[in-house]
Design a protein around this ligand. Structure first.
Ligand code: GLN
Length: 293
């Protein structure tokens, strides 16, 4: 079949099947499977697709119609301009999380500085890998409760040549980290979906992202509560923490930051105007503790 006709047919099929972004999805799938660029899709639109390729593409479209997201069909997702392997054991990286990466880079300013980053609940490892690519002298510790996610994160670190600068630790948040270790930067995109909302998530997310990566407890705040409790111990003097949060959580997070005695430096909205990234420091708390002694 000719590429152009195939794409037109399948775009229509996806649209009819209620898929949200049929054009983008068909392009992403075809480009990946046939190893074509955006330009190739135009200049090679009369390409005759081989029978084997067509079989593969038909299977992919079937999966997409059944609600599998493109990232899980291809086993890959682009994040920060880098390709990340994804599996059913990892959350597919989201564009919103790139705002967190940018916030860290804005804070660091000098890209040549040596610092140590901790990423909590690393999943695919997209956060530390993207940061280490930008910060050539930085090192990272990446923790996740899921060993299977860490296998994927390690592969991603190796694929992007930063594996020697990342330590992977299986841990329930800070639990398995040596007590004395402190970090310049702490990042996390923790599970923050309120438990009662899990059922109403799109099927692409509900059925294909691991529940461990989504479920944030009754109000979606459980991970923040655990993490904030230890933040002041775990950040070095002058260090910063960066968290991603979900829609409608800003007020609760501001309260949690206050309760933990940390300082909210800024809240950065995403493209949809949702308060998405929370930047937190602990300077005040430390001063208060020292004064109190
Ligand atoms: N840190 C990973 C990401 O941002 C995984 C997050 C998660 O599993 N909740 O994609």
């Amino acid at each position: 079949m000719i590429l152009k006709d195939f794409m037109q047919n399948k775009r229509a099929a996806l649209e009819q099947g209620g898929v949200q972004n049929p054009s983008l999805d068909i392009r992403t799938i075809v480009k990946a499977r046939l190893d074509l660029s955006d330009a190739d899709l135009i200049t090679q639109s009369d390409l005759d697709i081989s029978e084997d390729d067509q079989k593969q593409l038909e299977a992919d479209i079937k999966d997409r119609l059944a609600g599998k997201p493109v990232s899980k069909i291809l086993g890959a997702k682009e994040f920060w301009g880098l390709d990340f392997k994804v599996t059913e054991d990892t959350l597919s990286p989201r564009p919103e999380t790139e705002i967190l990466i940018q916030a860290v880079l804005d804070f660091v300013a000098d890209r040549e500085v040596s610092l140590v980053i901790l990423d909590l609940g690393t999943g695919t490892g997209c956060i530390p890998v993207a940061l280490l690519k930008e910060l050539p002298k930085a090192r990272a510790v990446a923790v996740d409760l899921s060993d299977r996610a860490l296998v994927v994160a390690k592969e991603n670190a190796a694929a992007h040549g930063v594996e020697e600068r990342v330590e992977f630790i299986t841990s329930d948040w800070f639990e398995n980290l040596p007590d004395e270790i402190r970090f310049d930067i702490i990042t996390s995109n923790p599970p923050y979906i309120p438990n009662p909302d899990l059922d109403s998530l799109p099927r692409e997310v509900k059925n294909h992202d691991p529940i461990l990566a989504l479920d944030g407890g009754e109000e979606g705040l459980d991970p923040y509560k655990i993490i904030f409790r230890q933040l002041t111990h775990r950040l070095k003097e002058g260090g910063r923490a960066f968290f991603e949060a979900g829609q409608g959580q800003a007020e609760s997070l501001v309260r949690l930051v206050d309760d933990s005695n940390a300082t909210l430096e800024q809240v950065i909205p995403d493209y949809a105007g949702i308060d998405r990234v929370f930047e937190i420091s602990c300077g005040d708390k430390r001063k208060k503790i020292e004064k109190g002694r």
